[in-house]
Design a protein. Structure first.
Lengths: 337, 118
């Protein structure tokens, strides 16, 4: 399997999204962990920041924090970030009876800042490292553009996940309703796959992609299983028996799925014999891998409602396996009704 | 019975997709011929074989098997492990022979496709 192309953009964003979904399911990296690297601080921070000038008294600060329901604020004078003042500083001032002192004298000066362009993971690291409740966020020129708390990160991640989930739902819905949505006299989706002879390393990849596409289009698990088995056996036949490899085309229509496998030789001398369960011309080393059981064509026949096999000797083999669909098989259509 | 419980009972070594062991096993099937597996094994079955090449994963994934037990101390290829991780198909290994594994599975109540039909 080297390349594939498709009629109705089946290799487009929809399929990709599912592939990235598969990757996210791997044990090492979850989607959440990926997001922490992908999202920029600018996307999760609070950008309307309440700042205080340094001459604000602690008593005034108390009112500001209460009024805005915030737990800290950047101390800014003529656009310049001087420090951070927080509710902890206020509590200390209360205990010490220093409510008339200016925040400029009790703030944490020269605060650690984060850049709006940095990934969220950097903010996570800083929170762990410093134990602060919030960090000021600056742009490329060092100008204060926002403030970030751990709550902002959680909210930002959840929101992004929700948006992605929603987009995925829409893609799924669209894919599974494509035959209702697209109006024509005769709608057909073609999936094309090239299959390389003797390439056991990539064997089964075309079938995997076919299976994924059919799932995507909303067919029932039963139909997908039959099509996947027929496709796999047809793919293996090309890999095992042909000299030049071949190609597979899946033609999906509202009423049927046709899997067509085509190669340029050597052809099958006796089709009737080849269809017999247990008959195989596979060589010893191929049998050792568990192929060549002589069950391939029999399996295809079992899974398909109709099988056509043509092979003018020495030229090529064309196999067509057709699976009929009824309304039950279109899960998407069912869900809608 | 889950795959995880089977691993514990049969002392199987988990070689790939440890995160997918919670799945309930619907039955078992044993063969080294891939087409037979394709034809007979049912969704959620555990497959017992001594094949260790990557196509085992392709087959297991295409027909949604719960996992694969590779017997007789056969070492699955690195490509098999990699593909199994990708597809989320647990690969379990044991030094026991296929016959012994199947017999133990049977004791644990894992049925073959013929029994399940009966």
């Amino acid at each position: 399997m080297r390349a594939e192309g498709s009629g109705v953009r089946a290799e487009g964003s929809g399929v990709r999204a599912e592939e990235s979904g598969v990757r996210a399911a791997m044990p090492q990296i979850t989607r959440l962990q990926e997001l922490v690297y992908e999202l920029k601080i600018a996307e999760v921070m609070t950008s309307r920041v309440r700042t205080v000038p340094p001459h604000t008294t602690m008593a005034e600060l108390r009112e500001i924090l209460r009024e805005h329901r915030i737990s800290g604020a950047p101390v800014v004078e003529s656009g310049e970030l001087l420090g951070m003042i927080s509710i902890e500083d206020l509590i200390k001032a209360l205990a010490a009876g220093e409510m008339d002192v200016a925040v400029g004298q009790r703030m944490t000066p020269a605060p650690v800042v984060l850049s709006a362009d940095d990934p969220v993971v950097l903010a996570v690291d800083r929170f762990v490292h410093y134990g602060f409740g919030r960090f000021p966020v600056v742009d490329g020129d060092g100008k204060l553009v926002g403030i970030i708390t751990q709550g902002d990160i959680t909210r930002g991640l959840l929101k992004k996940l929700e948006v992605e989930y929603h987009e995925e739902e829409i893609r799924r819905y669209r894919a599974s309703h494509i035959f209702e949505d697209v109006v024509s006299n005769h709608t057909s989706i073609f999936l094309h796959y090239d299959v390389v002879a003797r390439d056991f390393e990539h064997a089964g990849e075309a079938s995997s992609k076919i299976k994924r596409a059919l799932n995507r289009l909303g067919f029932s698990p039963h139909i997908v299983r039959r099509a996947a088995i027929a496709a796999y056996e047809a793919e293996m036949n090309i890999i095992i028996h042909t000299t030049q490899g071949g190609k597979m085309v899946v033609d999906v229509q509202p009423g049927q799925i046709m899997i067509r496998a085509e190669d340029s030789g050597p052809g099958i001398p006796d089709i009737e014999q080849a269809m017999q369960p247990g008959f195989s011309t596979a060589s010893e080393w191929i049998r050792e891998m568990g192929f060549g059981a002589g069950m391939g064509l029999a399996n295809i026949q079992r899974c398909a409602d109709e099988v056509r096999l043509e092979s003018p000797l020495g030229t090529r083999t064309i196999l067509e396996a057709v699976i009929y669909l009824d309304q039950e098989d279109l899960r998407g259509a069912n869900r809608k009704g | 019975m889950t795959l995880e419980e089977l691993c514990h009972e049969l002392h199987l070594e988990v070689r790939a997709a440890p995160g997918k062991l919670g799945v309930e096993v619907t039955g078992g099937y044993a063969s080294d011929l891939l087409s037979c597996v394709m034809a007979k094994a049912q969704t959620g079955n555990v497959w017992v074989t001594l094949q260790g090449h990557p196509n085992v994963v392709a087959v297991a994934s295409l027909i949604n098997l719960a996992g694969v037990i590779i017997t007789e101390g056969m070492t699955p290829d690195a490509a098999t492990i990699e593909k199994a991780e990708e597809e989320g198909i647990p690969i379990l290994t044991t030094g026991l022979t296929t016959f012994t594994v199947v017999s133990k599975l049977s004791h644990l109540g894992v049925l073959g496709v013929d029994d399940a039909r009966a």
